[in-house]
Design a protein around this ligand. Structure first.
Ligand SMILES: [Zn+2]
Length: 144
């Protein structure tokens, strides 16, 4: 990304905004002349952005979700329905109609979906994706 003022190719991002049309507006600062300019970048086929606990944003990656479900359902009787489960979760995420979702949203929906199908898979997923490692923690998580 070249600076529009001096042509230098190194700049740092000072601010990023995710826009409704799935593009990202970034404010950049040239590392040479120090001037600021704006760029627009498109996130192709990734309408949703995920915010994690550290407030970092990244495009929603279904592969990541699939990996976690595959892991949770490993050696359970729903092991063969990973794809079905993933699309069910994905549909519920899309149904939220939010451009920005949190990892919490994903975990909560995945737990709901898994709970209907296999208590074992749900428990594995739960312990992997939450910091609730006590019975009280589990109850607090389910009740919120
Ligand atoms: Zn410059």
């Amino acid at each position: 990304m070249k600076c529009i003022f001096c042509g230098n190719s190194e700049s740092k991002v000072v601010d990023s905004r995710y826009l409704k049309d799935s593009s990202i507006r970034r404010r950049r600062e040239c590392l040479k002349c120090g001037k600021r300019f704006t760029t627009y970048e498109t996130v192709e086929n990734n309408p949703m952005v995920v915010t994690n606990v550290d407030n970092m944003r990244e495009p929603f990656k279904v592969e990541k979700l699939r990996d976690s479900i595959r892991h949770a359902t490993y050696c359970t009787d729903i092991e063969s329905s990973v794809d079905e489960i993933v699309s069910k979760i994905e549909n519920q995420l899309f149904a939220l109609q939010k451009q920005e979702i949190s990892t919490q949203d994903i975990v909560r929906i995945a737990i709901d979906v898994l709970l209907e199908l296999s208590a074992m898979a749900c428990l594995v997923y739960f312990t992997q994706h939450t910091d609730c490692n006590s019975f009280d923690g589990v109850r607090r998580f389910i009740n919120r």
